[in-house]
Design a protein around this ligand. Structure first.
Ligand SMILES: [Zn+2]
Length: 335
């Protein structure tokens, strides 16, 4: 991919493009930021731009160097990832040996170390030597979503570039380019807030089926009789992953209501197919009341992360969410 094609990371991409243009690249970079926002893609795009035969300041994607890097077959571009849980000292020693050889084909040898926080302390200390005396015509790129787990001495020897979470709009743009339908894009972008990597790993069809089922049996029917809610809590508590997904669907449900109250018919909803039901529910509440419901769901998400009794947490949440619909009955009675 060309650096110019990377979406949503204007700042780091601008810095890299400028450095390329003026031949002022650092010897080592640390790309940090959340998972799945384009750090590794950017590192590979930089490797292509550096080694491209046309040397226009970005990759051409057509020359043999660009193509081989795309296919992971360029001997001058190395990608190191954890072997199991860690990147061990043997791996870094091999890398150091490699660094000392001349480039086979390209101009610059590029070493990308993904999940650099997995370097063992020994491996990190070993890598320090290379970072302190970088061989000419080599570039080391460390990638990490958890840079606070890296040795400060390693961080201080790299130029640090921060990659941001992708906005929903940028996620949708990228997913559109990759051929996902409107409904799929909306759900993927909202469901995997800011992480394209996560979105692309989603198995979207079962997720859409689950959404449809939850909409019919739960969200669209709120408020539900108390005993039915206790049943839901009991059933759901047995399946942590399903609960996590349900809580996200619930947040999105109430977020749609917020959009409706604030923007009316102007903006497309995530659950666009349920607009009528969402509208009927939304008129029961004020904006702060819906914000309060979202807070309740987020609080439950935090409780579950801390291993608090899931069934109890869900019962409390459902009761809270169920409340406040009385106005709706009045509204319906009045209608
Ligand atoms: Zn090229």
């Amino acid at each position: 991919m060309k650096l110019a094609q990377i979406i949503g990371q204007d700042e780091p991409i601008h810095i890299l493009s400028q450095a390329l243009r003026h031949d002022k690249l650092a010897h080592a970079y640390l790309f940090c930021g959340p998972d799945g926002v384009g750090k590794k893609t950017s590192a590979l795009a930089l490797a292509q731009a550096l080694n491209c035969h046309k040397q226009t300041g970005d990759a051409c994607l057509e020359c043999p160097a660009c193509r081989k890097i795309e296919q992971g077959q360029n001997p001058d571009v190395h990608l190191t990832e954890p072997d199991g849980q860690y990147i061990k000292i043997e791996t870094i020693r091999r890398l150091q040996q490699e660094v000392s050889y001349k480039a086979f084909e390209g101009r610059v040898k590029v070493y990308i170390i993904d999940q650099a926080e997995s370097l063992t302390p020994q491996a990190a200390n070993c890598l320090l030597k290379t970072l302190e005396e970088p061989p000419s015509n080599s570039l080391i790129i460390l990638i990490s979503a958890k840079p606070y787990n890296l040795l400060p001495t390693v961080i201080s020897r790299c130029q640090r570039l921060t990659f941001k979470q992708l906005s929903v709009e940028n996620m949708e743009r990228i997913l559109k380019e990759r051929g996902f339908s409107g409904e799929q894009r909306r759900i993927m972008a909202f469901f995997c807030q800011g992480s394209l990597g996560q979105a692309l790993q989603l198995d979207i069809e079962p997720l859409l089926a689950e959404r449809a089922q939850l909409m019919e049996t739960l969200m669209s029917r709120l408020p539900l009789p108390g005993e039915e809610l206790l049943d839901w809590a009991q059933q759901l508590a047995k399946d942590r992953q399903r609960v996590e997904r349900l809580l996200r669907w619930l947040v999105l449900w109430y977020r749609d209501m917020l959009i409706l109250l604030r923007a009316g018919g102007q903006i497309e909803l995530l659950n666009e197919d349920k607009r009528a039901e969402l509208t009927r529910q939304a008129v029961c509440f004020s904006v702060p009341e819906i914000q309060q419901k979202i807070l309740i769901i987020e609080r439950t998400q935090n409780h579950l992360k801390r291993n608090i009794n899931a069934q109890l947490a869900l019962e409390v949440m459902f009761m809270d969410l169920n409340s406040g619909y009385r106005k709706r009955n009045n509204y319906e009675a009045a209608a």
